[in-house]
Write a protein that binds this ligand. Structure first.
Ligand code: ARG
Length: 408
């Protein structure tokens, strides 16, 4: 136990703490005051559509010693300012993970900083440990948005095991977790759930069905396929099956549809920013469905060279978001490119949901670059077949010259 008293040298006077209601962030409250001499801890819990009841969380912060407990609804900006840009960027970290956890961090950091300024705090704090990605995302974001604020990270420094943390909390009157202790570490919001730890730490062990909550198993998925049609305007999803929906409702609808057919589960070994590989289970049904549909609409509406360049830059975009560089210059520059490309990404994509799959079965757009008279093998064909000969003569010239030289 390293929680020796250092209260004689206060690290800050007034702190705004990112609060989840879990053991770690609850213990942060008395720890900041008793060990680090903080006079006042104000907690901030974000509603990102995770479905938790927030009133008990608000109360728990007060019971744990917070002087003020703030709950903020961030669902709408989360979807419009963070999820939709990720869809426009087709952002998939390492080609697979749609960043459901990563996207929330720069938004929480932004609100944390705003609150710190509103209440006149001299520091913000979070309960991230020293080996995850989230500490990187919070620290870098806060440093970019508010260089004047200190960032206090008790859980990175206290060196307590989980048992010690619970015991510390109990001594401060924080009730230990009442529910049967889950072996998993779970992060969730409206975009999805990230599940790690416990039996999942063995990469060879199949995730037990109990880890999933937003998607049904392939076995339990309906035998009948369901076709859904998603409409996009300038790269943003705006309607599903003919019903225009606001961004938050649309996200919920996409989750229900895809999750109900067992689509959107992911089991991956990923490379963390701090250099370690970790095994994470994700379920992000709606986000993956929308990205897949969006990619398809781009195939129809973007010129070949733009599409190829964009696919490369998308990887850079996903990397930087994963790595905590949301407020950095590369993000800003890439967003300029991406936004310019999305003006023609209008139209609809039809997907068939069935037994864990979401298959594109059709697409249409008023900005389509698909020209039937060019594509057709029928009598309407307008393509000049004879022009191909000269084209291929020039196109293949370097190859023929190189091959001839090699034969000599
Ligand atoms: N590895 C994911 C990311 O960095 C999720 C992190 C949080 N996951 C968790 N199970 N607590 O975005």
């Amino acid at each position: 136990m390293t929680a020796s008293s250092q209260a004689n040298q206060p690290r800050a006077k007034k702190v705004v703490l990112a609060y989840s209601g879990g053991v770690d962030t609850s213990v942060c409250i008395p720890y900041l005051m008793q060990e680090w001499g903080v006079e006042e801890v104000i907690t901030f819990a974000a509603d990102l559509g995770q479905g938790d009841e927030l009133e008990p969380i608000r109360q728990k912060a007060l019971d744990s010693g917070a002087s003020q407990s703030i709950v903020g609804d961030l669902i709408e900006p989360f979807i419009t300012e963070f999820a939709f840009p990720a869809i426009r960027a087709n952002a998939l970290y390492e080609g697979r993970y749609p960043l459901s956890t990563a996207l929330a961090r720069p938004l929480i950091a932004r609100r944390l900083v705003e609150i710190a300024r509103e209440v006149g705090a001299d520091a913000v704090a979070h309960g991230c440990t020293g080996k995850g990605n989230d500490q990187v995302r919070f620290d870098v974001a806060i440093g970019a948005l508010a260089p004047e604020l200190k960032v206090l990270t008790p859980a990175r420094e206290w060196g307590m095991s989980r048992e010690e943390t619970i015991a510390y909390g109990e001594r401060c009157g924080i009730p230990s977790p009442v529910s049967k202790k889950s072996p998993y570490s779970i992060d969730l919001n409206l975009l999805g759930r990230s599940i790690e730890a416990g039996p999942l730490e063995d990469p060879m062990v199949e995730p037990p069905e109990e880890v999933y909550a937003m998607t049904c198993s392939i076995e339990a998925a309906p035998d009948t396929a369901q076709v859904v049609e998603i409409v996009f305007a300038q790269g943003n999803p705006v309607a599903i099956d003919g019903v225009r929906l606001d961004p938050v409702s649309l996200m919920r609808r996409a989750n229900a549809l895809a999750g109900g057919h067992g689509f959107g589960r992911l089991d991956m070994i990923e490379n963390r920013v701090v250099g370690i590989k970790s095994r994470e289970i994700y379920e992000t049904p709606g986000l993956l469905l929308l990205i897949k549909a969006h990619q398809e609409l781009e195939s129809l509406t973007l010129a070949a060279d733009v599409l190829r360049t964009k696919r490369q830059l998308e990887m850079a975009w996903a990397d930087l978001v994963y790595q905590g560089l949301w407020y950095g210059p590369l993000k800003d520059a890439l967003d300029g490119f991406i936004e310019r490309t999305q003006r023609t990404v209008n139209g609809s994509v039809r997907m068939k949901l069935h037994k864990g799959n979401a298959t594109v079965i059709g697409r249409s757009s008023s900005d389509s670059l698909y020209v039937p008279d060019m594509a057709t093998y029928g009598a309407e064909d307008q393509f000049d077949h004879r022009a191909a000969e000269g084209f291929i003569y020039v196109w293949g010239l370097p190859t023929r010259l190189w091959a001839a030289a090699r034969r000599r």
